[in-house]
Design a protein around this ligand. Sequence first.
Ligand code: E4P
Length: 216
Amino acid sequence: MKFFLDTAHVPHIREAATVGLLDGITTNPTLLSKEEGSPADIMREICKIVDGPVSAEVISLEAEGMVREGLEWTKVAENIVVKIPMCIEGLKAIRTLSEQDVKTNCTLIFSPIQALMAAKAGASMVSPFVGRLDDIQTPGMELIEQIVQIFSNYGFPTEVLVASIRNPIHVVQSAEIGADIATMPWSVMQSLAKHPLTDRGIEQFLADWEKVKQRS
Ligand code: E4P
């Protein structure tokens, strides 16, 4: 399973990239609004750090505008994936862009049938939002199971990108289900490497080393 960061915060992206586990980035207008500088400059900087797919979202509500914006985004860098919201106009834009070999990520997916429609339109990725479903007492991970099953039934090449991840359990469950990608905040990615027994073990080894190191 690929690990993406869900952020436009360049220092976090730089830090994650040094670990060597960063496969891509997702952004959205909310994440960009938290950073300084123009959206194009931020995205350009991100694409210089990350080789994998970097999602940049369109804001038009009509297919024509989405396609125009999407093509503009592709000029920023080769690894840009155009993020398009799920709706009828979005599906039209995904179709048009995929016919031009532009990679797309259909976002704001909350039902299995929305994911199927996006895949049929030619989306390269779909982004089901698990955390936002959990927030309204609907089990988000069940949606991931359904989408993975449906795509496997019909052999769609569309990748399942689990979005709106809030904690490490979401990441573990995504991997168990067989999702292609999990996109997460930097805080969640950092927490994946943590375990209290690991910390305790390191502490113990260091303490014991202090006892033996003078012996030689
Ligand atoms: C995904 O691409 C979205 O940017 C993101 O995961 C949304 O997460 P949120 O529900 O925490 O805003």
